[in-house]
Design a protein around this ligand. Structure first.
Ligand code: 5AD
Ligand code: SF4
Length: 466
């Protein structure tokens, strides 16, 4: 670890110890309510924030009513997530009036944007703490300031370094999320991520493997390697290690049986990666490969650096080596300048690839991104109609893809009780498909054989094979 990181980690630990000592003398543990918006990367950040809270002597609660500390970890990718955050912090004002000692914090991607932090400073005076993605590691110090009665704003950009923390409170056993890199260099013209998460920074293989070994020792069987663009892992390091190389190292960790990763930019999918995936049984045959749209004209305006043809070539190569691959993608409908003809090309690429799962979004204008200044041609109503049409087409494809699993036996990692029926368990196949089946909670965390007895659009039903 670099010297500066070590020093910052020591400072972090000093504040953790200080707050822990203060909390230890209280008659009860203070309660924290942490809510996370957005992607898996944010969920992973929240696990680290919660790890720090745990180390500082906090317990967790499920509602803001009981909380001594409320922390929202926010997402800036689309406007609707931002509006929900503003709504939620607005709603806390009365609670804070009734309980002035309560601390309200807002952090993450939204808070890395100066204009948002400013709006909170001026209009949401009951918020005590604001810190961006670059200041997550400073959380204990920031919290200490707020506990002393201060109002703390930290959203300066301190790009170029990864600050490790050893604390982590994992949310979703038995799957452990492991960040391998932060930030993004791609600057897709619609996307705010490079502005709020900074340039790509890879964690050292040493730190990543240390974390994987630690979760394996705790009994985790499955890991998910996370990054905005995992396929460019290592390009900023000096040891020449690639993402494919890192995957091979991860496969050697004893106790880990399944490895997934997210997200892959199509321009960075290498033959080496496809080969490593195909050769290693531990690497799940699942690939999230965002295409965003099917029209070359729009792909160019999005700055995606691949054409439809190039993308389809990658899909073909992947399917040739791994016929069982479960493919998913992201689609944006209504990018500025997208015409109905462009949209037809998106529909046609969905039909051509036949994805198992599609995450679709209506374009949301993000201040400061190049697309925000591009002229639009469809109305909101037309965009919504296209969006609905696309979902209908994709739902049929998804059902057809799931139908192919009928009667097959799948290896399923049991994740927990089903959310809708307590007599059922919920788990995932190697390809990442959700399967629900009857069974007891003692199976949670185990990998078992399940025969698929019914198929739906979003999930599968099955029976345990004894
Ligand atoms: N509007 C709509 N969707 C967006 N995404 C990113 N930025 C925007 C935006 N401005 C989508 C992309 C990306 C996913 C995580 O979110 O599809 O892959
Ligand atoms: Fe955003 Fe593009 Fe980076 Fe993904 S690759 S985070 S869409 S800029």
């Amino acid at each position: 670890m670099k010297e500066v990181s070590r020093k910052l980690l020591d400072v972090q630990q000093d504040y953790i110890d200080k707050i822990r000592l203060e909390n230890d003398v209280l008659t009860r543990k203070p309660l924290a309510f942490v809510e996370t918006y957005g992607c898996a990367q944010n969920e992973s950040d929240s696990e680290r924030l919660k790890g720090m809270l745990e180390a500082m002597g906090y317990d967790f609660c499920d509602s803001t009513e009981e909380a001594d500390l409320v922390l929202y970890n926010t997402c800036a990718v689309r406007e609707n997530a931002e509006l929900r955050v503003f709504g939620n912090i607005g709603a806390l004002k009365h609670q804070k009036n009734r309980k002035p000692e309560m601390i309200i914090g807002v952090c993450g991607c939204m808070m890395q944007q100066a204009h948002i932090a400013e709006e909170i400073r001026k209009k949401y005076k009951h918020v005590d703490i604001v810190f961006g993605t670059h200041a997550l590691f400073k959380f204990p110090e920031i919290l200490d300031g707020a506990r002393k009665g201060g109002r703390i704003f930290e959203n300066e950009n301190c790009d170029g370094e990864i600050f490790e923390t050893e604390s982590c409170h994992r949310d979703n056993p038995p799957l452990a999320k492991i960040p391998i890199m932060y930030g993004c260099n791609n600057f897709c013209t619609y996307c705010i991520v490079p502005y709020v998460r900074g340039r790509e920074r890879s964690r050292s293989a040493e730190n990543i493997l240390k974390e994987i070994k630690a979760v394996a020792d705790k009994g985790y069987k499955e890991i998910m390697l996370l990054g905005q663009n995992v396929n460019s892992y290592g390009k900023d390091l000096e040891d020449g290690l690639t993402f494919a190389g890192l995957l091979e190292m991860a496969c050697k960790v004893e106790g880990i049986e399944r490895i997934r990763f997210m997200t892959s930019h199509p321009k960075d999918i290498s033959d080496e990666l496809i080969d490593v995936m195909a050769r290693n049984d531990k690497i799940c045959k699942q690939l999230h490969l965002p295409v965003q749209c099917g029209s070359d004209r729009i792909l160019k305006k999005m700055n995606r650096s691949y054409t439809r043809e190039k993308y389809l070539e990658i899909v073909k190569k992947v399917r040739q080596r791994m016929p069982q691959i479960v493919l998913s993608t992201d689609i944006i409908v209504g990018f500025p300048g997208e015409t109905n003809e462009d949209f037809e090309e998106t529909l046609s690429i969905l039909k051509e690839v036949e994805y198992d799962l599609v995450f679709s979004f209506i374009y949301s204008k993000r201040k400061g991104t190049p697309a925000a200044k591009m002229p639009d041609c469809l109305t909101e109503d037309e965009k919504h109609k296209n969006f609905d049409r696309m979902q209908k087409v994709q739902n049929e494809i998804a059902k057809k893809r799931n139908d192919a699993y009928f009667g097959k036996t799948e290896r399923v990692l049991v994740e927990g009780l089903s959310k809708t029926n307590a007599e059922f368990l919920s788990g995932r196949t190697e390809g990442g498909k959700v399967v629900n089946f009857r069974g007891g909670s003692e199976l949670v965390g185990e990998i078992i054989d399940v025969k698929i007895t019914e198929t739906k659009t979003w999930s599968l039903m099955g029976e345990i094979i004894k």
